[in-house]
Design a protein around this ligand. Structure first.
Ligand code: SF4
Ligand code: SF4
Length: 281
């Protein structure tokens, strides 16, 4: 049977917040019962791009991680409150609007903080994946439709087909927690891992120039890990480095110059190296 899943591509999101605004437009002041009551204008966000920075100037790297209910297959919220949570055959997880009313314990049942409390209506609420629209024939919820970069997408397919998509696109869950999420992330390394960046130069007639095209090799414990060419600014970057991985070595080569070598250590932050300068051979 074909079911729904969402893919969030962190490399595409620019933090325009159109998804959040589309969600507000759809749900604030509108009660789509029996799917959900209306959303509060300010006190609730059923979808939210959150900003994440890595590195430091001049090697800063910014991404946005858009968070929403994962529509878990093995939902902790459903386990805690089976009478208030309904898992549909298409994969969508809904809170029962009547059972959620007055249930102040419901928000704590989501380990990811995706159930919020509507103080005005005294009810617990979350993303419905715009199930009222899907049931009316829409192919995607409002947030997905409103995303100008297609950073959000809906996939409807069999489990086996999605497993292949997940494998090919390197999709991962945002959190290590329970639940078997149906919202998976592409390019998650922009959020979970670190990078090593630096710049290479050489002197030419008293002017310091960028060593564009220099060969850069990354290794650890004598094992080669990756290679890169310095760009037009002489800069290089190795991404996807796990935290707290310890000692690395950078070897750099440029025709007509002596090889360069630098040792560095990776802890909890990305490494922004001081510029390295080639000396003539
Ligand atoms: S993300 Fe939270 S609210 Fe959504 S289905 Fe999973 S446990 Fe329930
Ligand atoms: S609409 Fe798309 S690009 Fe804009 S913040 Fe949301 S996910 Fe990111």
């Amino acid at each position: 049977m074909e079911t729904l899943r969402m893919i969030v591509d962190i490399a595409k999101c620019v933090g325009c917040f159109n998804c959040l605004m589309a969600c507000k437009d759809e749900h604030v002041g509108n009660a789509w019962l029996p799917y959900t009551d209306g959303q509060q204008k300010h006190a609730q966000k059923w979808i939210e791009p959150t900003r994440h920075e890595r590195g430091r100037a001049p090697y800063t790297d910014l991404c946005y991680v858009t968070r929403l209910c994962r529509h878990c297959d093995d939902a902790p919220c459903e386990k805690a409150f089976p009478a208030a949570v309904r898992k549909r055959s298409d994969g969508v997880v809904l809170l029962d609007a009547e059972a959620a009313r007055g249930n102040r314990e419901l928000p704590a049942a989501c380990p990811y903080g995706m159930i919020s409390w509507n103080e005005a209506l005294q009810t617990a609420q979350k993303c419905t994946l715009c199930a009222h629209l899907l049931d009316a024939g829409w192919r995607e919820p409002r947030c997905v439709q409103a995303c100008p970069l297609r950073a959000l997408s809906i996939v409807k397919c069999e489990d086996a087909a999605f497993a292949e998509i997940a494998e090919n696109q390197g999709l991962r869950a945002l959190d290590d927690g329970p639940g078997k999420p149906r919202v998976l992330y592409k390019n998650l390394h922009r959020y979970t891992s670190l990078f090593i960046a630096g710049a290479l130069t050489f002197m030419d007639g008293g002017i310091e120039k960028a060593a564009a095209g220099a060969k850069v090799r990354l290794s650890a414990g004598g094992v080669p890990l990756a290679e890169a060419d310095a760009d037009i600014f002489g800069e290089f970057k190795f991404d996807g480095i796990p935290r707290d991985t310890g000692a690395f070595r950078i070897d750099c080569a440029l025709d007509g110059f002596k090889d360069l070598r630098a040792e560095l250590s990776v802890g909890g932050e990305s490494v922004c190296m001081e510029p390295l300068r080639f000396e003539r051979a």
